[in-house]
Design a protein around this ligand. Sequence first.
Ligand SMILES: [Zn+2]
Length: 463
Amino acid sequence: MTTTLIANATMLVTMDAQRREIPDGGVLIRGQEIAWVGPTRDLPPALAQEVEQRLDARGKIVLPGLVNTHHHFYQTLTRVIPAAQDVVLFDWLKTLYPIWAELRPEDVQVSTQLALTELLLSGCTTSSDHHYLWPNGSRLDDQFQAAAEVGVRFHGARGSMSLGESQGGLPPDRVCEDEAAILRDCRRVVEEYHDPARFAMRRVVLAPCSPFSVTPELMRESAALARSFGPEMDVHLHTHLAETKDEEAFCLEQFGKRPAAYAEELHWVGDDVWHAHCVHLNGQEVADFARTQTGVAHCPSSNMRLASGIAPVRAMRDAGTPVGLGVDGSASNDSSHMLAEARQSLLLQRVTGNPAALTAREALEIATLGGAAVLGRDDIGALAPGMAADVIAFDLEALGYAGGAVHDPVAALLFCHPQNVDFALVNGRLLVQEGQPLTVDLPRLIERHNRAARELLVRAGVG
Ligand SMILES: [Zn+2]
């Protein structure tokens, strides 16, 4: 167990209960846990004696690692596919499903590593991933293995699709699975990988894909299965909801209900549930989400990219609906940059005409504490004694912050062009130093990933 002192941060953003921002800040980390936070000069001598490793944070802003609540890592392989560049969600999906049908286990591994490395360098220390098609023998195990190598805290959402075209769903039948097999595998991965303990590095989430790709029965049974493990296991539920007007029309036609009412009927509400997007929630539905403490993964870039609309995040925050941030799949963003996503959330809320719709500090709160709450964690999202040592730092002397960070270094992170981290620790372990990832050979990873991306399209007959 190493004791590390992060010392002399030009600004330390705690996100603690008082939202303290501490100049000349210090953080003492004992093993995986934060032991002390304060002005560096106030570090008690007894604690100073323990320090084995020291990180100089002069000229840097230090803050809690960002939390990504929605992604599809495998889509890093299919960014910017020409035929999917300028279309809405349903056409975008129909273009990409046949390509994704060719995914192999090694593609899942390499894309998981690439996406997590990109996230890590952008300040993300905990990520969920919603993976919902499993062709050619690929398994959630591939993702857990790849995530462990990178070292980012990982919530693997075991996604699924069961409602193929022949049954009135959107995806081709060949990327769908049998429902009994889905539930069996969900149980297996919970038993094998889910760690409910404090500071856990891996958790499992049950995550049927969307109203238009699974049956109501699978939604109900997934929820029942997750809850059958009991509150001590706290297995969470995740899906896409109210993303587009097309989905709303689908739900009204198929189920005679709007998406939120459909979710409620299936027991997909509560503090163990979070839904991606929720662009098309009306005022009553926002209030219902607040009442049931159902969480939302807000994905602003994807919502702009696919012309899906603007999620009512201001209204959600005012109502008390839990909101986290997600970069969404890399084929509808087409990036995995968490800090950039926080900036997009700030900008997009203002488009409707309110210049204070979301402040820089609120966007940062959504990206940290908001995400932690949505994932059901009280051990990440803030720098305070007893919290997990997930800490990131940005260089305030970078070109993009010049003339901004001198006035307000915290807001500069959000208003100025997003940078990559200078250093990052997850669970007390240094994963990025001087901007370079320590667990990954980045040039080799990019080369492997690009080869896999090319070969995937060749196999799909479009390369
Ligand atoms: Zn998504």
